[in-house]
Design a protein around this ligand. Structure first.
Ligand SMILES: [Zn+2]
Length: 296
């Protein structure tokens, strides 16, 4: 633990109540408020081992009260959206996103595949039982240059025109390229850079793009061996608590099996933050993005 580093990184954040972060003392009390899972997949291979009733039960046991739902193909999202009685019983609001993938092959070619653009337009027109789609993604760009693919450009512009949120698994270079297509688009950066873009670079991008938020699953360097935030990340949250959110990223079945421990890990480090900042990252930022009321 680098307490001195934490306090140094706090800088002028005293006014926001971040100075006495007391990592050790407060970590004993996990965050107990609502969670918004802003990065959830219900892909087709999860249907049999984790049926709808089971996934909602996992959310309920974890205190997850809203989800960004997307899936490969979009059928899983529709199942979640259709299950309004189960969602209501579990106290979960489903925020549907259109995913770009009909199958695994689409991960690597969607950015130049006009049939994907057509499919997205059709899905948006159709909507879901839980209401209109609110976003596009998650999509992946394994080579940031593909952010300049024609369909990547069109979809960013579509998102801006229709006020859709984009969930993008990309590197920091691709953030600049995507935002250049449609400045001001609301973009959730999945994992806030799974390749480990430096905290300084993340800070620079947040400052450059006011509509950029970071989702924190799999983020390298976020927490230390004690499961608490590293001093660098505590410092970044002190400056930008309104720009981060949490997610499960249930991209494979193992993530569903670990759903409750994953959410408990978030509650552990959130519990060491000032209460208002923890609530924002756990719930408030994502809820604000989609206009979801805080559960009582
Ligand atoms: Zn994902």
């Amino acid at each position: 633990m680098k307490r001195r580093g934490v306090l140094a990184a706090m800088g002028g954040a005293a006014a926001f109540g971040w100075t006495a972060i007391g990592r050790t003392a407060r970590a004993a009390q996990p965050y107990t408020g609502p969670l918004f899972d802003a990065h959830l997949h219900y892909n087709e291979e999860s249907f049999a081992p984790y049926p709808i009733a089971d996934v909602f039960a996992r959310m309920q046991r974890s205190g997850v009260r809203a989800i960004v739902a997307n899936s490969r193909p979009n059928d899983g999202t529709k199942q979640l959206a259709d299950a309004s009685a189960q969602a209501a019983a579990a106290g979960v609001t489903v925020v549907p996103f259109v995913r770009l993938y009909r199958n695994r092959d689409d991960y690597t070619g969607w950015f130049k595949d006009e049939t994907i653009h057509t499919m997205v337009l059709k899905e948006l027109e159709r909507g879901t039982a839980a209401g209109p789609y609110r976003g596009i993604g998650e999509f992946h760009l394994y080579d940031s240059a593909n952010a300049n693919g024609p369909v990547a450009r069109s979809l960013m512009q579509l998102a801006k025109q229709r006020n859709l949120v984009v969930l993008a698994h990309v590197d920091d270079a691709a953030i600049d390229l995507l935002m250049a297509h449609a400045p001001g688009t609301r973009l959730i950066w999945a994992h806030t850079g799974i390749g480990g873009a430096s905290v300084a670079r993340v800070r620079e991008l947040l400052q450059r793009y006011p509509s950029l938020c970071g989702e924190l699953s799999y983020r390298p360097g976020l927490t230390g061996a004690d499961g608490l935030l590293s001093s660098e990340w505590a410092g970044l949250f002190a400056e930008h608590a309104q720009r981060f959110m949490i997610g499960s990223d249930t991209w494979v079945n193992a993530r569903w099996s670990d759903y409750e421990p994953l959410m408990a890990q978030y509650r552990h480090w959130l519990g060491a933050l000032p209460a208002a900042g923890a609530q924002r990252i756990a719930w408030g930022n994502a809820a604000g993005l989609f206009g979801i009321a805080t559960p009582t």
